[in-house]
Design a protein around this ligand. Structure first.
Ligand SMILES: [Zn+2]
Length: 270
């Protein structure tokens, strides 16, 4: 039976993309020494199983081939910086695939913090950071903007990760608006997602309003989009903290990201 014309075209593009990616993996592999050095420099990659690490390397290879990096203000983005950003950016899509970063292609790297050019989150489709000022920005269909100084300062941080924060905004923006709900998988219940994240968000807002010191950065109480981005950082960088503070949020993120980073933590010595 003939398939509708659109289906044939889309199947053709799919096959073409698949072929191009296979060729990229074959012809532009990441150098062993460079990859090993970047993995050693990033504590959040510790604990990955060999097959996960190999998959992350393939995703990073495709990421480097499909995204273009630009240095702002004459900043030179080196191969090491590109690889470090790619490795961190691909951790959230380890269980999802490179297609989850579709629809945009540029990464602008500032040497230091920068001034945001837009302030409207919803209307302009831009998510920018108010509080952690100017260290990152994500535009719907547009570039991801990062501060290299901030990325370096956070290396080894057990709470924050700017790259994961901004890339999780990209996942959130996939279904149109940054609202803290990325496209959920078919086996997930959107009502349960909304209820679990809302309850934790309300709890954090209440504690923050009362001036309580919170485990999760109060920046997450800015709005639901920031709550998703900040809890995504914790999910990968400090999964035990998130699982202890907001276990239902941890479970939802584990279903969404199709990963359980707590498994990667070193076993506790009793
Ligand atoms: Zn943000």
């Amino acid at each position: 039976m003939l398939r509708p014309f659109g289906d044939n075209v889309s199947a053709m593009f799919h096959a073409l993309r698949h072929w191009r990616r296979a060729r990229t993996l074959q012809r532009q592999p990441i150098d062993d020494d460079a990859w090993n050095a970047v993995v050693r420099s990033l504590p959040l990659l510790r604990g990955l199983q060999p097959d996960e690490s190999a998959h992350l390397r393939e995703l990073a290879t495709l990421f480097l081939a499909e995204k273009r990096f630009f240095g702002a203000h004459g900043f030179e983005v080196t191969d090491r910086m590109r690889l470090s950003i790619a490795a961190q950016a691909c951790l959230p899509i380890l269980g999802l695939g490179i297609d989850w970063y579709r629809g945009w292609s540029s990464i602008i790297v500032y040497p230091d913090d920068f001034l945001p050019r837009h302030e409207d989150v919803d209307e302009a489709g831009v998510v920018h950071e108010d509080d952690r000022i100017y260290s990152g920005e994500s535009w719907e269909l547009g570039p991801v903007v990062l501060s290299w100084a901030e990325i370096e300062a956070q290396t080894g941080s057990d709470e924050a990760n700017l790259v994961i924060h901004e890339l999780s905004h990209k996942l959130d923006l996939l279904n149109g608006q940054a609202n803290g709900e990325p496209p959920l998988h078919r086996d997930m219940d959107p009502a349960a997602w909304a209820a679990d994240l809302q309850a934790a968000y309300d709890d954090l807002c209440e504690r923050t309003d009362h001036g309580e010191e919170t485990v999760v950065d109060p920046y997450a109480s800015t709005d639901p989009a920031e709550f998703f981005a900040v809890t995504s950082e914790y999910f990968f960088v400090a999964p035990d903290l998130l699982a202890d503070s907001y276990p239902a949020v941890y479970r939802q993120l584990a279903r969404f990201y199709r990963q359980d980073p707590r498994r990667r933590l070193p076993a506790t010595i009793l």
